[in-house]
Design a protein around this ligand. Structure first.
Ligand code: UDX
Length: 438
């Protein structure tokens, strides 16, 4: 089959490459000529394990191309995916839909055959119906808008796209048939591999996505709230989470207490969900999400307090090594990164901060140019009074006390992700602190 994918960020570029991997002819579209040039040359403009191989393989096979031309895209296929960003609006909680609107407004008038636009971006409930109406007023032909939300995680984007837990497809019940048939054909290999294909109305499909992310955020904040109680009693939240996780109704995943959630999705999605509920007159339904957000942000402040205590009560003039800048390992994404946020706060308290991350340094320098960046763990830890592990990259998890002892000034480490073994550090004479651990 043929399809286009608008937007070549984490979502769009992965979707385009993976649809080509399934054997389809795919045209990726982006208004940024720099991204299009890079992708066309087989270069992924961000770090995502495994994506580069899929991209190159499908470029070489001639199944995948990239362009900036909407006219070319309109002529190329009848099935158009929308994978552009929906960030948080500046100065308010709602999602900024300008990129979604701009694709629809530019693409739809160019379409001259009956076409289906398939939204994948995370949007406030009601957006798909609104875009359908908008398309109907702009179109020269029949243009249907359906929603097929994407659940991929950064770091596992290819795997999650080719082996998703489920496919959710929201279609206007008054227009059954064509869009469902096209998507069933496109995803035939996945459906044959027993990926559930769930057909819903538009609003349900949009809500599945935001409620999934709200649930995950709630699960993380739940364990982080319990972690605060652990801190007050001397209990160990990691043991507690293990014990909770054996209950199949609860499950161990997303119960890792620590610095909390960040990234381009969870924080902005819970805020946009609250904002949308308010617009719909149902704001009382989601007030608990404000607390989920508060608990999450409190963990960052707690980290600053622990660092302050570790250097004797004042950060002024202290040397602080920060290991990790990405919002999670195996990603170079620093959007709403707890690690960078904490590094910035510590610097504001007058500390000399040195940050190292294996993949996210370039993005960090761009969004936070005033921090000091090191090119290795050793350089970041040079003369450090305290070492903070804020992203659980495998290379940090593998660190041993002896690796850092030749360079640090103080044998003090704070584990913001509860990813280290306390006994290993303590037995080497270090002061180890974790979040929610005695
Ligand atoms: C998330 C959803 O998981 C995905 O389904 C959706 O499509 C997009 O948003 P992603 O943002 O890539 O994916 O990251 P995820 O792996 O969910 O982690 C989010 C944040 O939560 C990270 O900062 C991570 O460190 C944190 N986290 C995760 C915890 O603090 N504890 C946990 O137990 C799990």
């Amino acid at each position: 089959m043929r399809c286009t994918v608008f937007g070549t960020g984490y979502l769009g570029a992965t979707h385009a490459a993976c649809m080509a991997e399934l054997g389809h002819d795919v045209l990726g579209v982006d208004i940024d000529p720099g991204k299009v040039a890079k992708l066309s040359a087989g270069e992924v403009p961000f770090y995502e394990p495994g994506l580069s191989d899929v991209l190159k393989r499908n470029l070489d096979a001639g199944r995948l191309r990239f362009t900036t031309s909407y006219d070319e895209a309109a002529a190329f296929a009848d099935l158009h995916f929308l994978g552009v960003g929906t960030p948080q609006k500046k100065g308010e909680y709602g999602a900024d839909l300008r990129h979604v609107h701009s694709v629809v407004d530019t693409l739809v008038p160019s379409l001259d055959r009956p076409s289906v636009i398939v939204g994948k971006s995370t949007v406030p409930v009601g957006t798909a119906a609104e875009l359908g109406n908008r398309a109907a007023t702009l179109a020269r032909t029949d243009v249907e808008v359906v929603w097929n939300p994407e659940f991929l995680r950064e770091g596992f984007a290819v795997e999650d796209t080719l082996r998703p837990d489920r496919l959710v497809v929201g279609i206007d019940p008054n227009r059954p048939g064509r869009a469902e048939a096209l998507l069933r054909e496109l995803y035939a290999d996945l459906i044959d591999n027993e990926v559930p294909f769930l057909l819903t109305d538009l609003a349900t499909a949009e809500l599945v996505k935001v409620s999934a992310n709200a649930f995950l955020a709630t699960k993380i904040s739940f364990i982080n709230a319990v972690s605060e109680v652990c801190e007050a009693t001397g209990a160990d939240v990691t043991q507690l989470a293990d014990a909770l996780g054996y209950d199949a109704r609860i499950g161990r995943r997303f119960l890792n207490a620590g610095l909390g959630f960040g990234g381009g999705c969870l924080p902005k999605d819970i805020r946009a969900f609250m904002a949308r509920a308010g617009e719909l007159g149902a704001d009382h339904a989601l007030t608990f999400l404000r607390e989920v957000d508060n608990i999450n942000m409190r963990r960052r402040t707690k980290m600053v307090e622990l660092a302050t205590a570790a250097v004797g009560g004042s950060l002024l003039g202290a040397n602080v090594a920060v290991l990790g800048a990405a919002f999670k390992p195996d990603s170079d994404d620093v959007r709403d990164s707890p690690a960078l946020n904490v590094a910035g706060m510590i610097q504001l308290h007058g500390a000399v901060v040195s940050v190292f991350d294996p993949k996210a340094l370039e993005n960090s320098r761009r969004v936070f140019p005033t921090l000091n960046y090191a090119t290795s763990v050793e350089e970041a830890c040079d003369r450090a009074d305290v070492v903070l592990v804020l992203t659980e990259w495998a290379e940090f998890v593998a660190l041993r006390p002896a690796d850092l002892e030749p360079v640090v000034r103080g044998k003090s480490i704070i584990d913001g992700r509860n990813c280290l073994r306390p006994e290993v550090w303590r037995s080497a004479g270090w002061t180890y602190r974790g979040l929610g651990r005695p």
